[in-house]
Design a binder for this molecule. Sequence first.
Ligand code: ATP
Ligand code: MG
Length: 420
Amino acid sequence: MATCSSSSSGSEEEDEGFDSYRKGGYHAVRIADSFAGGRYIAQKKLGWGQFSTVWLAYDTQSSKYVALKIQKSAPEFAQAAAHEIEVLSAIANGDPSNEKSVVRLVDHFKHVGPNGQHPCMVLEFLGDSLLRLVKYNRYKGLELNKVREICRCILVALDYIHGELGILHTDLKLENILLCSTINPSKDPVRSGMTPILERPEGSGLSGATSNIIEKKLKQRARRAVARISEKRSTMEGVTHASAKPARCLDGIDLRCKVVDFGNACWAKSPIAEEIQTRQYRAPEVILQAGYSYPADMWSFACIAFELATGEMMFTPKGGEGFSEDEDHLALMMEVLGKMPRKVASSGVRSKDYFNRYGDLKRIRRLKYSSLDRLLVDKYKFSDTDARELAAFLCPILDFEPEKRPSARKCLQDPWLNIK
Ligand code: ATP
Ligand code: MG
């Protein structure tokens, strides 16, 4: 399996890069291209990642929209796809009624194109990621009832993959949780009443990659023009843009969501990679190389819950003069969660690089100790009660000792999830 410890999916601001459309790379898709002997018809590009481009496609057999993930063709990507298909098949087989908040694999096949043979996964079509939801909410924390609703979905998924299948996700983060529907109803092919495109529109001779780039340039130009106009307007009105707009209301948005991207998932009994998880969501035992299992996913889950509630990442470590990003990360963790017990601090292959024999960090001294509930009150302006209750839910999941962290099943029974 090709592993990547900090996978980065395509953001709306960037595109996947023209250069990767070559032998071994992405497959260029045009609207109305057909796949699997005509069963699936490409409608529009939904996103991309380091391994694939993902297209909205119409399934002519079921008359439903699906997400078609078309992997790069080089052997390492094909191998990664085979692994992801194996994991997704186990997930689908164990949940026939599709109620466990995990993305469903509908079908898979290979597609031969000019750049090689591309493994393709057909997934149920889902909406925007939680990252987009937080951006849409202008990086303000979501109302706590909404955070609870999302947390419940993620925990159902984790309870299922951990408890029933023995699978670790290893890359939980906001980008890898998708809402079941789009934020904007007009972007949802079903709710907007979109008619499926079954044939190539006339005069569309360009390849998908080329037309994407042209479209992007036009959009960029339009955005700049709009920005220039709004800048003028706000100077005239004497207000800045940011302060003029309140956070949008999220009422009416369906917050049911599902866990996606099992490209780095593994069976707990045979972990593959030494380093897992995207930096900000990485558990201390992973940093220390002390072995990992389900509790590492639980750590990332707690970081996600914090981010939903505050609009900011829980830990954003940076390397500095005389200390590494790992050391800064450990220091940030201890500042909110207290000193790491010596037993844990000394338990990993990397322990001696970071800690002295007293269990203190070697290169970062004088930590500013606080606590999670203080942070929620002081920095994020939570009420005392909200802060206390959220911290009581999160702190056990952020226990430095992985064995002490509650399982997803246990978290599902936590009273915090049922506060009205
Ligand atoms: P990564 O670089 O994260 O490993 P990847 O190549 O494995 O990426 P994914 O993360 O699975 O690809 O998907 C890339 C993007 O495609 C996602 O960020 C999302 O925008 C979109 N996407 C993926 N699956 C779906 C789906 N089922 N429904 C709708 N959009 C999807
Ligand atoms: Mg991804």
